[in-house]
Design a protein around this ligand. Structure first.
Ligand code: PLP
Length: 450
């Protein structure tokens, strides 16, 4: 590239060098729909034109403590000045990675005490599968490799994680599909709306049992599940669902991986949701996002003692490694982020303010355009009816997302729905303001002519 082309006015208007994630590259090539965020503070972000928005997505389900926290920034800076980088390969270690691993072992459920660090939720999930496959080889079960996942799951976009993700995210792309079988998720079909939770869970358990008997428990390594399914629209399971699924898979010697990439670090009012919110102790927890509140890329795969004992037995080599596993700056960032959460009692706060946020979202269900409004603490989705006359190619979620953005709130549109996952530090007044914006945006779309 010629230097004279490197003109800051042009960076966002016609840049085709940056390939964006899950984007319509053809639209972006023509500069359709791109929004450049250039600054952030607290619960707000600012775009390249200087317009301020509520960060209704918390970055991407991750900026839990809010933007620009001085303590976290100082901790990362200090760490870079002390030890910028060294690997955790072979015999090498460093204090900050060891300290964070110990901290996570303290916060995670009792049996989960061993932590492998990576840089993204996708890789944390791939790591969990690689380790379980190796574990089964070591136990003399080399065929026990298949993965049970669920329709509407999102587990990331590496070659393996995208295969565990619901297939709609990889249409036209390849994935390691042979390894994965998708069972039902806890989203009710229209004819199941009046079932009791217990009857609905029975149906889901039956679906799981059928999959196990078809594939054969001797061929299945694990079941992977988000406590609340995020990317496909905040699908909240009925009480008792996860416990039933865990008991079922354990009865077949199948491990349970809880993908807490979104739900950990305060989003549901606790540091981890598996045990405190859903009453289960999985065999593996994967997490990322809120671990550093997004200030540094970091993810963790947290293993039970039992799995660790097998993979650390005499003669078992751990042939898995990433240059940046346990990166000092990322680990220092996570420790500082967790310290902020503990000092400011953010999870406890979320149990109060998150409930206010949840109630406000649920009240949107009174609007005609709203089909369903779902929320648990600071995870929320609003699903829309399609107004009569709306052309097939119109996405109502996108229209509401655009209307909210015009009013100063960024949310994430999905098909005929929007999802929200704001920073956990919203004040009561800010929560009311966000609900008012949503209310106005939804009404504006309801009143538009199609
Ligand atoms: N798992 C869940 C539940 C997620 O929501 C995501 C990302 O949104 C991932 C895994 C993948 O994480 P990453 O994008 O950091 O690879």
């Amino acid at each position: 590239m010629n230097n004279s082309e490197n003109n800051s006015d042009k960076i966002f208007s016609d840049d085709t060098h940056l390939i964006q994630s899950f984007a319509d590259l053809n639209n972006l090539k023509q500069s359709i729909g791109r929004l450049a965020i250039t600054g952030a503070k607290g619960v707000y972000v600012t775009d390249s034109e200087g317009k301020r928005y509520f960060d209704g997505m918390g970055g991407l389900w991750c900026v839990n403590i809010g933007h620009g926290n001085a303590d976290v920034i100082a901790a990362v800076t200090r760490q870079l000045e002390t030890l910028d980088y060294f690997s955790t390969f072979f015999e090498f270690t460093h204090p900050v990675a060891a300290e964070l691993a110990r901290k996570l072992a303290t916060l995670a459920p009792d049996r989960l005490n061993h932590v492998y660090f990576s840089n993204s939720g996708s890789v944390a999930n791939d790591t969990a599968i690689r380790i379980l496959h190796h574990y089964n080889n070591l136990r003399g079960h080399p065929k026990k490799k298949k993965i049970l996942s669920r329709v509407n799951a999102y587990h990331g976009s590496t070659y393996l994680a995208i295969a565990m993700t619901t297939p709609v995210f990889s249409q036209g792309w390849d994935a390691a599909r042979d390894l994965v079988h998708h069972i039902r998720c806890p989203k009710r079909e229209p004819d199941e709306m009046n079932l009791s939770d217990a009857d609905f869970i029975d149906i889901l358990a039956e679906d799981m049992e059928q999959a196990i008997s078809k594939i054969g428990a001797e061929n299945i390594a694990c079941f992977i599940a988000e406590p609340i399914m995020g990317a496909c629209g905040v699908i909240i399971p009925p009480e008792g669902y996860h416990k039933r699924m865990l008991d079922l898979v354990h009865a077949h010697d199948i491990k349970y991986i809880s993908d807490e990439v979104i739900t950990a670090f305060g989003r549901l009012g606790h540091m981890f949701a598996s045990k405190e919110v859903f009453g289960i102790e999985p065999d593996i927890i994967t997490t990322a996002k809120g671990l550093t509140s997004g200030y540094q890329p970091l993810a963790a795969t947290i293993l039970s003692d039992e799995i660790f004992d097998v993979i650390s037995q005499d003669g078992a080599a751990f042939l898995h490694g990433m240059t940046y596993s346990g990166h000092p700056a990322a680990c220092a960032c996570a420790l500082a982020n967790i310290a902020v959460m503990e000092r400011e009692a953010i999870p406890e706060q979320v149990r109060k303010t998150g409930k206010l946020f949840e109630a406000g979202i649920k009240s949107l269900a009174d609007l005609d355009l709203v089909k369903e409004a779902r929320a648990s603490h600071f995870m929320a989705a609003v699903e829309f009816n399609r107004p009569s006359g709306a052309p097939d190619n119109i996405n109502i979620g996108q229209l509401v997302g655009d209307a909210a953005r015009a009013r100063g709130l960024i949310v994430r549109p999905i098909t005929d729905a929007i999802v929200l996952s704001p920073p956990l530090i919203l004040s009561k007044d800010q929560i009311v303001e966000i609900h008012q914006i949503l209310h106005d945006a939804i009404n504006a779309v309801a009143q538009s002519q199609f």
